[in-house]
Write a protein that binds this ligand. Structure first.
Ligand SMILES: Nc1nc2c(ncn2[C@@H]2O[C@H](COP(=O)(O)OP(=O)(O)OP(=O)(O)O)[C@@H](O)[C@H]2O)c(=O)[nH]1
Ligand SMILES: [Mg+2]
Length: 348
């Protein structure tokens, strides 16, 4: 079939998001199970006319400035080679408050030292500022808001911090990915091997959505999600024994606001922590729990409550003795087609 004929044939399915694989039989990138609900489904890919290079512009060599967006794995690995750095991965289902916790920590540091650590720079300021904007007063939103993290590769937020007591600088890299990807691990354990941030983390930070603990039905689901996730990580070997574990109860303000369910929710969290300690005491170097309000929507908790203790835990000297790189493991593809290339390469 000629190229012209192909053009004449309108594709049966299309999506205006270039990254989405729905047209080739994949899933909706936005996560809609009913694809017609996706605002991008069915729309043509927008054609962006290429800007004509002007003579003066193309001749100019210039200096490429750092982008200041969240870092890819290779960029994060480069940074690890430059000095002491703790890697923290935030794990939790969709909406549990991972991005709010990272952005909230950055925002607190802009006001002054937190837990004895002072802000000393960041190479991911644009991403931080974008993440913080909708929860700040300047956004003129009635309520703090956070964009959902899109599915895809993990991205790292970076801050340099000075330990005021020791006058020593250490960086922190926060691994952030969409919550759905961690939820998928519960059914497909090996998937965790393709999340490089996990194995290299100094502190595995598992979030427990406080708002969900208010509902007696959802409570049990939250508990089993945490335990199934930890079991999967330990079983497939992405949680090395030198790693420290933080169990973080988020949205403390939402819990305090509900007089009737508050005590039950807090008790449920305490029981969860006690059970995890019992089960995983020998699997992690340390297990510690925290209760935080990174982006409260009411006055039942102050903004950043509980986060100074968490930052101290995150930034403590690592217990690890491993190479500094974030290694990406090759996980066999699910479909036979995806496995063809490595087999061919082996026989050459
Ligand atoms: N009440 C309350 N809401 C919060 C708090 N922290 C975050 N939230 C809200 O919880 C929702 C989810 O927060 P996110 O940080 O986007 O959650 P996430 O885990 O990154 O979600 P995904 O990116 O979809 O995986 C947002 O509406 C936040 O405003 C908090 O301390 N209190
Ligand atoms: Mg997020």
């Amino acid at each position: 079939m000629s190229a012209m004929e192909e053009e004449d044939e309108a594709p049966a399915i299309q999506c205006s998001n270039l990254e989405c694989k729905i047209a080739s039989g994949g899933r909706c990138l936005e996560g809609f199970s009913e694809v017609t609900a996706c605002p991008q489904y069915g729309k043509a890919v927008p054609i962006v006319p290429a800007a004509a290079p002007t003579g003066a512009l193309s001749a100019r060599q210039g200096v490429r400035l750092p982008h200041a967006e969240a870092l890819s794995i290779s960029e994060a690995t480069n940074l690890l080679g430059k000095g002491p750095c703790n890697v923290i991965s935030l794990v939790g289902p969709f909406d549990s408050g991972k991005t709010s916790l990272i952005a909230g920590m950055y925002d607190l540091l802009q006001r002054g030292p937190v837990g004895g650590y002072a802000f000393a720079g960041s190479s991911t300021m644009h991403s931080f500022e974008r993440a913080c904007h909708d929860s700040r007063r300047e956004s003129e939103r009635g309520e703090a808001h956070m964009e959902r993290t899109e599915r895809g590769e993990v991205l790292f937020f970076h801050v340099d911090l000075v330990d005021e007591e020791r006058d020593a600088k250490r960086s922190a890299l926060f691994g952030n990915r969409a919550g759905e990807e961690y939820t998928l691990v519960q059914d497909e354990l090996d998937r965790a091997k393709s999340y490089p941030e996990l194995k290299r983390s100094d502190v595995l930070t598992v979030l427990v959505d406080g708002a969900k603990l208010l509902d007696a039905g959802e409570r049990h689901q939250v508990r089993s999600q945490v335990r199934m996730t930890l079991r999967a990580f330990v079983e497939v070997g992405v949680a090395p024994p030198w790693q420290r574990l933080a169990l973080v109860l988020t949205k403390l303000d939402a819990i305090r606001r509900d007089d009737a369910a508050r005590d039950g929710a807090l008790r449920h969290f305490e029981t969860l922590v006690a059970n995890v300690r019992l089960e995983y005491a020998t699997k992690f170097a340390q297990v510690q729990d925290f209760k935080v309000a990174a982006s409260p929507k009411t006055t039942n908790a102050h903004r950043g409550e509980g986060m100074a203790e968490l930052l101290r835990y995150w930034m403590a000297n690592p217990c690890r003795n491993v190479p500094s790189a974030i290694a990406k493991e090759t996980v066999p593809a699910e479909r036979a087609f995806g496995r063809l290339l490595p087999i061919a390469a082996r026989t050459v």
